[in-house]
Design a protein around this ligand. Structure first.
Ligand SMILES: [Zn+2]
Length: 250
């Protein structure tokens, strides 16, 4: 897929994302109950994107974090475009999705050996997942950039060299590994993969800035196009499409 086509897809799928606060969403309240066992701050601390962007209670669209969450989401969308929907979704849900094949055990009433499929239900357990960790590490590259930008400002970060930026980004990559990848809130997806997760986050964050591989990545264009803009104004933009259009026309 050409970059131009990909940007059109992003504009359509991500650009049309609606914002609904979690406190106004019955759907989010249902999910909060389901995930309560391993995540008790789902409503108050986490942004969620399922068709719509749901900021946590207490945040509104003018918060900078909304914008960065969208950039995180663009990363996922970009990966989905490159990998294809099927491969992306299976990778994201692996290995837990394999656990669904335990349902075949019900056919054991027709042919008893199929009862053995029941054991596959164990795959639904919080088993660390390298494919999911890799996808999220690319997404969280945005968040570690966000941290660096919050301290130094976007213009400064865009001008920093690989040598000066690396230790700063590594510091945040470390923090995110502990609080996200090795945490129960994320189903322990990256336990035992600290080096891999950190490397992917760092490489991708540098790639987004155009240092190293990943220079065809549209988020880099987005960031560069935003540097001289009024962030507050952008955050208030009606949909993310405004941002994506800006980058594709620049
Ligand atoms: Zn993500």
């Amino acid at each position: 897929m050409e970059l131009k086509e990909a940007i059109a897809v992003l504009e359509n799928d991500v650009g049309q994302l609606k914002f609904v606060s979690k406190k106004d969403s019955a759907f989010m309240k249902v999910i909060a109950v389901i995930v309560w066992v391993f995540n008790r701050n789902f409503m108050t601390r986490y942004f969620t994107v399922i068709g719509t962007l749901y900021p946590p209670v207490g945040y509104d669209r003018t918060d900078d974090r909304v914008l960065w969450t969208l950039l995180h989401e663009v990363t996922h969308k970009w990966d989905e475009i490159k990998m294809g929907k099927l491969k992306y979704n299976i990778s994201y849900l692996f290995p837990q999705i394999m656990g669904l094949s335990f349902l075949l055990c019900f056919l054991g009433f027709l042919w008893w050996p199929l009862f053995f499929f029941a054991v596959l239900v164990l795959l639904v357990a919080p088993i660390p997942s390298k494919p999911r960790s890799t996808i999220e590490a690319r997404g969280y590259a945005m968040n570690i950039l966000n941290e660096a930008v919050a301290i130094h400002g976007l213009d400064t970060v865009l001008m920093m060299t690989e040598e000066s930026l690396t230790p700063l980004l590594l510091h945040y990559a470390d923090k995110y590994y502990t609080s996200i990848f090795a945490a129960k809130e994320y189903y322990f997806m990256g336990v035992g993969m600290k080096n891999h997760v950190t490397r992917v986050m760092l490489e991708h964050a540098l790639g987004i800035l155009g240092i190293g591989p990943g220079a065809d990545y549209p988020a880099m264009k987005l960031l560069r196009s935003m540097s001289s803009e009024d962030w507050e104004g952008l955050c208030k933009a009606k949909t993310f499409g405004t941002l994506v259009r800006k980058s594709s026309s620049s």
